[in-house]
Design a protein around this ligand. Structure first.
Ligand code: C5P
Length: 234
């Protein structure tokens, strides 16, 4: 007898829309595992920069992606720390320059192919919250619940600014808006796995909403889905 796959909730959307905070909230509320797929693209970019592999060397980057030595570890505050080749990387990894390098690397089909199975391996009981751009379309097309968040680029830049400042990182609001626009453009226009909602995704514009409201919306849908795995959603 084959065992049914663990349930998955996918949360996709552009950078700075608040997916990370929502995913952490859902994962801790449901007691599920969490996949931060953006971190894998960021780690690939960082590992390539560390080894002086150019960001357009597709074959070289795919080798880096396939062999990433990465560990996700729970910190004392419950947050996940990320070790690349045994070294704590969080601050560099979360910076805008790493995000931009990740978005270049993520446009290369061989890199995406190299990371596909690694992402699917995160699917474990009791369930998985998957955060990314193509979780509902490519990585987990059979997910029971697919959410897609949007917000204006100005609002996303404001949220990113606040987040970076809270982490003690340097940030400039005007250049953040420009970087977010450029990154969205690249993520949405690439030929492989472009940023777009799955046909069966629930889409929410969060521009005027706070994290509690977005969390309540998502949790309500999650509970509906868990109660009726095949039923329609409100
Ligand atoms: O979500 P985050 O900002 O960490 O992602 C960094 C970059 O990685 C994104 O701009 C995007 O280009 C890429 N990415 C992707 N597919 C995913 C997650 C991230 O292409 N599932």
């Amino acid at each position: 007898m084959t065992q049914a796959a663990a349930p998955v909730i996918t949360i996709d959307g552009p950078s700075g829309v608040g997916k990370g905070a929502l995913c952490q909230r859902l994962a801790s509320r449901l007691g599920w595992h969490l996949l931060d797929s953006g971190a894998l693209y960021r780690l690939t970019a960082l590992a390539a920069l560390n080894r002086a592999i150019p960001l357009d060397d597709e074959a070289g980057l795919a080798v880096v992606a396939a062999g990433l030595d990465v560990q996700f570890v729970g910190g004392s505050d419950g947050l996940i720390g990320i070790l690349l080749e045994g070294v704590e990387t969080d601050a560099t990894l979360r910076g805008e320059s790493c995000g931009n390098a990740a978005s270049r690397v993520a446009a290369l089909p061989a890199v995406r192919a190299a990371l596909l199975q690694r992402q699917r391996d995160f699917r474990r009981f009791p369930g998985l919250i998957a955060d990314g751009r193509d979780m509902g379309t490519i990585v987990f097309p059979d997910a029971g619940l697919k959410l897609f968040l949007t917000a204006s680029s100005e609002e996303r830049a404001r949220r990113r600014y606040k987040q970076l400042r809270e982490k003690g990182l340097n940030a400039n609001l005007k250049s953040l808006v420009e970087e977010i626009d450029a990154r969205d453009e690249r993520d949405a226009r690439r030929t492989v796995a472009p940023l777009r909602p799955a046909a069966d995704a629930k889409v929410l514009d969060t521009t005027q909403m706070n994290i509690e409201e977005v969390g309540d919306w998502a949790l309500q849908l999650a509970f509906q889905r868990l109660a009726a795995p095949e039923g329609p959603l409100d």
